[in-house]
Design a protein around this ligand. Structure first.
Ligand code: SIN
Ligand code: FE2
Length: 217
C-alpha cells in the first residue's frame, strides 16, 4: 500500500468556514508558491516595496507594493486606488499570469466563480510588523470577494465581524494558505497580529508576504 499515503498527502483539505461567505483554504497554493514568489520579486523589482503613510500621519509597519490596473495607495490625503505608482507616476506592473489564475481558482473554490481582480496589493511583513483591524472598503465593487494569499513565515490572522466591537477569532495562517471572504462577510473586520520573532520559513526566512486580490470597480 505504498501509494496510499501519497494519495492522501495530495488530497486538498476541504474549505474551512470562518463566517458566512468566508473560507480558509489550507495549503491551496502550496504547489504554486515558488512561482508566485518569483513573480512577486519581479513586480517588486519594478515597483519597490515602500512604507506608506496613513492619512493620520503614521508610517505603516508592513511594506507594500501593487500590481494590476490599480494599486492601493495611502498618504496624507487619504486611502485610494491609483492607476499609477506614486513613486514614478508609471502604471503598476501587470498582474502576473500565475497571480490571475490562482486568484480565480481560489475564489471559485470558495463559491465565487468568475473572479477577475483588477488589483493585487502585496504586503511584506518583517519581525514585529502588523496590520490593525480594518475593513476593506475602498472598493466600489462590494460584491466580489477578497482573496488573500499567504507566503512565507506564519502569522496570527484576526477575523472579526461586521463591527469593530466583535471579538475577532485568531487563526494561525501558514505558507500556502488562502482566505476568501465575500457576500455577507465582505466588510468584516480583519487584521494580523505582529509577526513573531521566531516566525520562519525555508523560502523566505523571517519574512511573510501577503497578496490581496480585489475587484475595485
Ligand atoms: C490586509 O488585510 O490587507 C492584509 C492581511 C494579511 O496580511 O493577511
Ligand atoms: Fe484588508
Amino acid at each position: 500500500m505504498a501509494g496510499t499515503l501519497d494519495l492522501f498527502e495530495h488530497q486538498p483539505e476541504p474549505p474551512q468556514p470562518l463566517a458566512e461567505g468566508a473560507w480558509l483554504l489550507r495549503g491551496f497554493v502550496l504547489d504554486d508558491a515558488e512561482q508566485l514568489l518569483t513573480d512577486l520579486q519581479q513586480v517588486a523589482a519594478r515597483a519597490p516595496f515602500r512604507h506608506q503613510v496613513t492619512p493620520g500621519g503614521y508610517s505603516m509597519s508592513a511594506a507594500m507594493t501593487s500590481c494590476g490596473d490599480l494599486g492601493w495607495v495611502t498618504d496624507r490625503h487619504g486611502y485610494r486606488y491609483s492607476p499609477t505608482d506614486p513613486l514614478d507616476d508609471q502604471p503598476w506592473p501587470a498582474l502576473p499570469e500565475s497571480f490571475k489564475q490562482l486568484a480565480a481558482r481560489a475564489a471559485e473554490r470558495a463559491g465565487y466563480p468568475g473572479f477577475a481582480p483588477q488589483s493585487c496589493l502585496i504586503n511584506r511583513y518583517e519581525t514585529g510588523a502588523r496590520m490593525a483591524l480594518h475593513q476593506d472598503k475602498d472598493e466600489q465593487d462590494l460584491f466580489a470577494p477578497i482573496v488573500s494569499v499567504s507566503l512565507g513565515a506564519p502569522i496570527s490572522f484576526m477575523f472579526g465581524g461586521p463591527t469593530r466591537s466583535h471579538q475577532p477569532v485568531r487563526w494561525k495562517i501558514e505558507h500556502g494558505d488562502v482566505l476568501v471572504w465575500g457576500g455577507p462577510s465582505r466588510l468584516f473586520f480583519h487584521g494580523v497580529a505582529p509577526l513573531g520573532k521566531r516566525a520562519d520559513h525555508p523560502l523566505t526566512g523571517s519574512v511573510r508576504y501577503n497578496l490581496t486580490f480585489r475587484k475595485v470597480r
